[in-house]
Design a protein around this ligand. Structure first.
Ligand code: ADP
Ligand code: MG
Length: 323
């Protein structure tokens, strides 16, 4: 049993950033308006995610840590479901298999909350505890019981940067939520949660980038493209600031990236790259999407409409910017 747990856990928990991704997605799902993430040593020794969401009733807490236990309805036609289908109901179980876990939670409207501890081979314990509404999960000493995995971890700074990168994407996909990220006690990100994409971008990428933004608002063949692109003067030395979201979820799409860069051809120097935060909204039946569960890479059965929508959306934003 123990070995099987560890193997299954390996599929979900590869490094600290995969833990953060799962925990923060749970907090988003809980309806939270404020989510705080704290890490130490690149997350390896300490990760804590706090939300003000719906919380978990004490009787449901042990179940939440069972594999394949999910309180969420899985709709296969939902990109979000497809994207994480393999991991449905597996995150908490997997994390608890390879780390010490402490959960503090109070369901909305409940008199008191509870504290659950467990992880590794430790016997779980559950007791009543006073706490604010919402959930806090503390994950300590990741891979303490799986030295082979521990060996594959990179430097603290590299693991910490991976976490920061993931939080940037999640913050940009949820401008309605205020995210705060503390790394070794220092605040690295704080989005206001005012439901404006531009505010989230300002918080994530800073004032200088913000000042080069051109708005994008376009629709072609039932594909909506909205968000911001950098003016040619705001171009970058690499592609790290090219962000695409489909129906609210961060994805990687080669086609969207190529369309973006095609639209800038002739207006920026060779070796420089445009930056963008673009949300695509579309009906998934229409484009037939394939999502790799772990890699975020999206392929469309017909890539052409995606290319056209992004290309023309960006072109028209640049044309307005030129005036
Ligand atoms: P999944 O998210 O796929 O359902 P998880 O293992 O990530 O599976 O979580 C198991 C269950 O624990 C969730 O379905 C949810 O009911 C509960 N849960 C986990 N995190 C939170 C949270 N931050 N707030 C409220 N409920 C949570
Ligand atoms: Mg989850």
């Amino acid at each position: 049993k123990q070995i099987a747990e560890l193997i299954a856990a390996g599929e979900v928990v590869e490094r600290p950033s995969s833990v953060i991704k799962e925990l923060v997605e749970n907090s988003v799902d809980s309806g939270a308006s404020v989510i705080t993430v704290e890490i130490r040593n690149g997350g390896i020794t300490f990760m804590r995610v706090t939300d003000n969401g719906c919380g978990i009733a004490p009787e449901d807490v042990p179940t939440a840590f069972l594999r394949h236990a999910t309180s969420k309805i899985v709709r296969e036609d939902d990109l979000d479901a497809i994207g994480t289908l393999g991991f449905r109901g597996e995150a908490l179980a997997s994390i608890a298999a390879v780390a010490h876990v402490e959960l503090l939670t109070r369901a909305r409207g409940a008199e008191t909350g509870c504290r659950y501890t467990g992880g590794g081979a430790e016997a779980p314990s559950l007791e009543e505890a006073g706490c604010p509404e919402g959930t806090t999960i503390l994950v300590r000493d990741l891979f303490f019981n799986t030295p082979a995995r521990m060996k594959f971890l990179k430097k603290d700074s590299t693991e910490g940067n991976a976490i920061a990168g993931i939080l940037d994407k999640i913050a940009l996909s949820h401008p309605e939520i205020s995210f705060r990220f503390l790394r070794d006690g220092k605040e690295q990100l704080h989005t206001p949660g005012d439901n404006k994409l531009s505010s989230a971008i300002y918080a994530v990428y800073g004032k200088e980038f913000y000042s080069t933004l051109l708005p994008v608002e376009y629709e072609l063949n039932h594909i909506k493209v909205a968000g911001f692109v950098s003016a040619p003067s705001g171009s970058r030395p690499n592609r790290s600031m090219q962000n695409f979201f489909i129906n609210g979820r961060y994805i990687r799409s080669r086609t969207a990236g190529v369309a973006l860069e095609e639209a800038y051809k002739g207006s920026i120097m060779v070796g420089k790259f445009p930056a963008c935060v673009l949300h695509l909204s579309l009906s998934l039946e229409a484009v037939d999407v394939n999502v790799h569960p772990a890699k975020l890479e999206v392929r469309f059965v017909n890539e052409r409409p995606i290319f056209d929508a992004v290309y023309h959306a960006v072109k028209s934003a640049l044309a307005v910017g030129d005036k």
